[in-house]
Design a protein around this ligand. Structure first.
Ligand SMILES: Nc1ncnc2c1ncn2[C@@H]1O[C@H](COP(=O)(O)OP(=O)(O)O)[C@@H](O)[C@H]1O
Ligand SMILES: [Mg+2]
Length: 218
C-alpha cells in the first residue's frame, strides 16, 4: 500500500464555534492507483486532501506513506516528505508569477534535488509546453497554466499526485484534455493519483471513487 489513512479527525474553530469537518476518515491507495473523492461543497474534501498532502496536521488519526507514519511529524518533516514524495495541483493553478514556465516546472524537482532531464523533456513535450517555456504564467491561458502546474507536480516523479478540483476553473473541453494528460502521465510515471472533484464525469475516469459526506467516506 502506498498511502494509508486511518481515522482522521479534523475540526476548525473553538468553543461553540467548533465544527468537526472530518469525523474518522480512512482510505488506502496502492502504488499507481487512482482514486476520486467526491462530495458537496463544504464537505471537507480540500481539508482531507491538505492533510494527506502534509500541508496541515490532523487532530487525530494516522497518515502512512509506504511504511512510515507521518502524522507525528513537525512542519519541517512534513515539508521534507512533501517535497520528495508528493505532487500537488490546485484549482487556482498556484504558479509563481515571477518565474518562467520552465522555472515553475523545475521548482519542486530542484528543491528535491531530483532533476531527470529526459523526463522533464518528455513532460514538457507531452504537455505541449515547449513553445512557451520562457513565458510567464500571466501570458498563458487557463488550460496552459494548469498544464504547467501538472508538469511542476510531476517533474520530480513523485509517488503520489494530489489534485484538488484541478479542472474546476477550466471549460469542458480543456478540462477533458488536462484530465487525460494527468491520467496518462501518472500512468507513465507510475504515480498514484488522488483527485477531488465535484464532476461525476471526471470521477468516472479514475479507477475508484469514494464520497465524503457528514465527515465520513462512503
Ligand atoms: N482554515 C479553515 N478555518 C476554518 N474553517 C475552515 C478552514 N478550512 C475549511 N474550513 C471549513 O471546513 C469545511 C470544509 O471545507 P473544505 O475542506 O474546504 O470543503 P470542500 O473542499 O469539500 O468544499 C467548511 O465548512 C469550511 O468553511
Ligand atoms: Mg475544496
Amino acid at each position: 500500500m502506498l498511502v494509508r489513512v486511518e481515522n482522521l479527525e479534523k475540526s476548525y474553530g473553538s468553543g461553540s464555534e467548533r465544527q468537526a469537518v472530518l469525523r474518522g476518515v480512512s482510505l488506502a491507495v496502492s502504488a499507481g492507483e487512482s482514486l476520486a473523492i467526491t462530495g458537496e461543497s463544504g464537505s471537507g474534501k480540500s481539508t482531507l486532501l491538505h492533510l494527506i498532502g502534509l500541508l496541515d496536521a490532523p487532530d487525530a488519526g494516522e497518515i502512512w506513506i509506504k511504511d512510515e507514519d507521518l502524522s507525528g511529524l513537525d512542519d519541517k518533516g512534513r515539508a521534507e516528505r512533501r517535497r520528495h514524495q508528493i505532487g500537488l495541483v490546485f484549482q487556482q493553478f498556484n504558479l509563481v508569477p515571477s518565474l518562467s514556465v520552465k522555472a515553475n516546472i523545475l521548482l519542486q524537482a530542484r528543491l528535491a534535488n531530483r532533476i531527470d532531464d529526459a523526463w522533464i523533456d518528455a513532460l514538457t513535450e507531452r504537455l505541449d509546453l515547449n513553445a512557451c517555456l520562457d513565458r510567464f504564467p500571466e501570458q498563458l491561458s487557463g488550460g496552459q497554466q494548469q498544464r504547467v502546474a501538472v508538469g511542476r507536480a510531476l517533474a520530480a516523479r513523485p509517488e503520489l499526485l494530489l489534485a484538488d478540483e484541478p479542472t474546476g476553473n477550466l471549460d469542458e473541453e480543456t478540462s477533458a484534455q488536462v484530465l487525460d494528460l494527468m491520467l496518462e502521465l501518472c500512468a507513465d510515471a507510475h504515480t498514484a493519483l488522488i483527485m477531488v472533484t465535484h464532476s461525476m464525469t471526471a470521477a468516472e475516469r479514475l479507477s475508484r471513487r469514494v464520497h465524503l459526506t457528514g465527515g465520513q467516506l462512503t
